[in-house]
Design a protein around this ligand. Sequence first.
Ligand SMILES: Cc1cc2nc3c(=O)[nH]c(=O)nc-3n(C[C@H](O)[C@H](O)[C@H](O)COP(=O)(O)O)c2cc1C
Length: 207
Amino acid sequence: MEGSSLTVLGIPGSLRRDSFNLSLIERAAALAPEGVDFDIFGQLGAIPHFNQDSEGERTPSAVLDLRRRIDAADAILIATPEYNSSIPGVLKNALDWASRPPGESVLADKPAAVVGASPGRYGAIRAQAEVRKVLGAIGAAVLEQELAVPRAHEILAAPGATEAAEIERDLAAMVMALARLAGVPARAKLSDAVAYSRECQRLAAAG
Ligand SMILES: Cc1cc2nc3c(=O)[nH]c(=O)nc-3n(C[C@H](O)[C@H](O)[C@H](O)COP(=O)(O)O)c2cc1C
């Protein structure tokens, strides 16, 4: 990673103007170490519903823009809200578009991490797990770690308080882990690196 810079595409999975998840992506960008630049994709609302009849030459321009920016990024960071215990439709829709065409997805082997914020008690952990599952199905190199921000309306509103500082520490660590994953020199080896990391976690959990 030394001497070169990495770009992380931050994708907030909410269209809400005062989204807690957009705020999380903005904080991650602010906390990124030197050499890690953020591009923030704030156009999920411009992406039409997925329709297989609109693929190929008919692919909508907003989808082409999303794919181009994922392709140009070294890694992606998704901050997902949780709707009815699952992924918001706009985010799933965007991931479905980005998974196409089959065998040529810009998400294949793309280093990816998922975080989430919610005013509830669990910080969107169920939605985060589902986003990781979807990314894994598409073939992205997904970090296993989760970062949950519960009571987001309180915690994110009080920067400097202990809980907010802990979230910022964990967010910074997540960005570092993502940058490290993206810094593995050969793209073809990324899946091996993720499999290795999973095996280490499994062995550690098994004691
Ligand atoms: C349709 C709908 C369903 C929701 N379901 C959940 C849920 O299952 N779990 C949860 O923690 N919050 C749920 N919420 C509350 C969201 O976490 C809250 O609206 C949050 O602010 C959305 O994220 P944002 O601030 O990034 O827009 C739901 C909100 C909506 C609109």
